[in-house]
Design a protein around this ligand. Structure first.
Ligand code: HEM
Ligand SMILES: [Cu+2]
Length: 637
């Protein structure tokens, strides 16, 4: 099913290249709506934020590597752990997963672009401005300092002095707006733009995982956005939403934050599960065992994850009966995780495993997540949680589930899909070294923290005295963090080396089953010369035995695609994709101006709304070219 056999003649191919190419020079860079270009920006930017967050993590490990250290003082330490957690959760983990989905979902379902590329193009700039604003505040000693979940009253008007918590609250507006825009685009594309024949049950598991996590984002993110703005009103406009003395409720913030916060760890985790389900069949050389069981597990995870949030609030005065309900739910979510695990193991056991670097990281995931999952079950029980709440046992747990559950699969996915994105292979030997250094460094850095937590070491302290006895294990953890850093250097070296002189990659270097491997490496701007017709969940391993192999009749002169029906992906209508436009970036900057201005003045909150309003009106104002293209499309039979 390689591109070359689509039967398109040279003239039509030249027309297609013209129709889908961006304007030349910087204009093209600014105005592009190519989902692949936008996705690369998300992924590279998120990885840069990951490196920044990693440096802050290393700094904390340095400071805590022995008793009584003075490298970082108490005020700066509060900013450092808050910036670390906030960066990793809001600026790295969610955007990187959405970036990978933005790149591969359209390719995996056999379409040319996402449904709303201008919205997604705009969301990238909003994300970038938001992240840079937070770090600009930090550089001016005005970094958020009330922890990554920014509890009131610490972050409220009573104790949140200066502008630090305002930067945090406003950042949430930036990142959640970005997340929602991308999620709506991904859901619409997955449900309405699949290649003919790709019914829902033939949809790749990575696409299912993206669909589930995007729907979760749509239900979860508005809560924290609303909550952060209510805190801003308390801080800037004198309301009392969270002030018990004036009829407000401080616990309301915890409910609003964790109703978002717990599903958030799942919309980081679920895409990672999708990556694992994309990689295992390729290296086991056989279709996935229990494809439908995995789909049902992903969906049930999506639902169950909204019923757990109170397990972050056991140490509050909520009624015990209520807590036990959340304990039961916290245990239940282990079931869909286990179903996927068993299906993966059955697929590997029933196949001929080829242990390449992507698969190695998946093996690392199995080991680390086991520990993270088991401590999660332990923390789901109220009596045990009350013993270790706010100690390093919790810090160890969250890193095992986030680094084990998301970072390891992400590295596996990068080694798996890098050849498709850049047309070059990453070095296998360096990849294996990176894997082993990360595995050893990570476990050395974080396993001892379980013991420190059980010995009573609280989180978020900037130092401790020698008589606590916490020195040796913290030193060991510091050594582990340094080994982890070495693995990150190796990763960056491998990437740079591959981009410069890596071995050229063919369209399908691993012999994978899904449609992204039918496109060239890297894919053309239009992804596919002709939209393929699909007859199974592994289109490259079992193409249609009879009937058409490609969609014919789509224009090669216009940016035209095909909308199909939700359940069976039957051809429905033609779709004219929007052309490159400057308005997404203009709109994003006006939104950025408005949000940053609102940190410093209430007037900014109101007057600042005018520029984005104007920008969005201009965005939707139809151009002559769009009107004539629309007309040309309607005229064609
Ligand atoms: C790369 C190596 C990393 C190191 C060395 C590291 C180190 C640390 C340390 C020492 C703390 C505890 C701070 C304290 O309570 O005083 C911490 C907290 C945290 N880390 Fe990491 N971390 C790393 C990676 C990550 C990753 C990849 C994520 C998420 C994707 C993450 C998310 C968090 C969060 C959410 C907190 C809680 C922050 C808070 O208490 O507000 N970390 N990290
Ligand atoms: Cu949770």
């Amino acid at each position: 099913m390689a591109e070359a056999s689509s039967g398109l003649d040279a003239h039509a191919r030249a027309e297609l290249v013209r129709a889908w190419s961006d304007p030349p020079t910087w204009k093209g860079w600014i105005c592009t709506l190519d989902h692949k270009a936008i996705a690369r920006r998300f992924i590279v930017t998120a990885l840069l934020f990951f490196l920044a967050g990693g440096v802050l993590g290393g700094l904390m490990r340095h400071q805590l590597s022995g008793p009584g250290k003075t490298l970082v003082g108490p005020d700066l330490y509060n900013q450092v752990f808050t910036m670390h957690g906030t960066t990793m959760m809001f600026l790295f983990a969610v955007p990187v997963m959405q970036g990978v989905a933005l790149y591969f979902l359209p390719l995996m379902i056999g379409t040319r672009n996402t449904a709303f590329p201008r919205m997604t193009a705009c969301s990238y700039w909003i994300y970038l401005i938001g992240g840079l604003t937070l770090f600009a505040g930090f550089a001016c000693n005005t970094g958020a300092d009330a922890g990554w979940f920014s509890y009131v009253p610490l972050a409220g008007p009573e104790y949140g002095f200066g502008k630090r918590s305002d930067f945090w609250n406003v950042l949430v507006n930036f990142t959640e707006a970005m997340g929602l825009m991308v999620a709506v685009d991904l859901v619409t594309t997955a449900l309405k733009m699949r290649a003919p024949g790709m019914s829902l049950l033939r949809m790749p598991l990575f696409v299912w995982a993206t669909l589930v996590s995007s729907v979760m984002i749509i239900f979860a993110m508005p809560t924290v956005m609303l909550g952060a703005n209510l805190v801003q009103f308390d801080r800037m406009a004198g309301t009392h939403f969270f002030n018990p003395a004036e009829g407000g409720d401080a616990l309301l913030w915890q409910h609003m934050f964790w109703y978002f916060g717990h599903p958030e760890v799942y919309f980081i985790f679920v895409p990672a599960l999708g990556m694992i389900s994309a990689i295992i069949p390729t290296f086991a050389r056989r279709p996935m065992f229990g494809h439908r069981a995995i789909v049902l597990s992903l969906i049930s995870m999506g639902f169950l994850s909204f019923g757990l949030w109170v397990h972050h609030m056991y140490a509050t005065n909520l009624p015990e009966l209520g807590k036990s309900f959340f304990t039961a739910m916290s245990f239940m979510i282990a079931i869909p995780s286990a179903v996927q695990l068993f299906c993966w193991i059955a697929t590997i056991a029933g196949g001929r495993l080829v242990l390449k670097t992507p698969m190695l990281f998946i093996a690392g995931f199995f080991a680390t997540l086991m520990i993270g999952g088991l401590t999660g079950i332990m923390l789901g029980a109220v009596p045990l949680d009350l013993q270790v709440h706010d100690t390093y046992f919790v810090v160890a747990h969250l890193h095992y589930v986030l680094i084990g559950g998301a970072l390891f699969p992400l590295f596996g996915a990068i080694y798996y899909w890098f050849p498709k994105v850049y047309g070059r292979m990453l070095d296998e030997r360096l990849g294996r070294w990176q894997f082993w250094l990360l595995s050893i460094g990570f476990n050395l850095a974080f396993f001892p923290l379980h013991v420190l937590g059980l010995h009573g070491m609280p989180r978020r302290i900037y130092t401790y005295t020698a008589d606590t006895g916490w020195g040796p294990l913290n030193y060991l953890s510091w050594v582990g963090a340094m080994v982890e850093d070495a693995s990150m250097f190796l990763f960056v070296f491998n990437i740079v080396r591959a981009l410069r002189k890596g071995r050229a990659a063919e369209a399908d270097p691993w012999g994978g089953p899904t449609l992204e491997w039918a496109a060239s490496s890297p894919p053309a701007a239009y992804n596919f010369e002709r939209i393929p017709v699909v007859a199974s969940a592994e289109p490259l391993w079992s193409p249609p035995a009879s009937g058409p192999r490609w969609v014919t009749g789509l224009s090669t002169r216009l940016r035209e695609g095909l909308v199909t029906t939700v359940l069976d992906a039957l051809p429905d209508v033609r779709y004219l994709y929007p052309a490159p436009s400057p308005w997404p970036i203009v709109a994003a900057f006006t939104v950025g101006l408005w949000l940053v201005w609102s940190i410093f003045s209430n007037k900014g909150m109101l007057i600042g709304l005018i520029p984005p309003t104007v920008a969005f009106i201009a965005w939707y104002w139809p151009t002559k070219e769009e009107a004539s293209a629309e007309l040309e499309m309607e005229k064609r039979p």
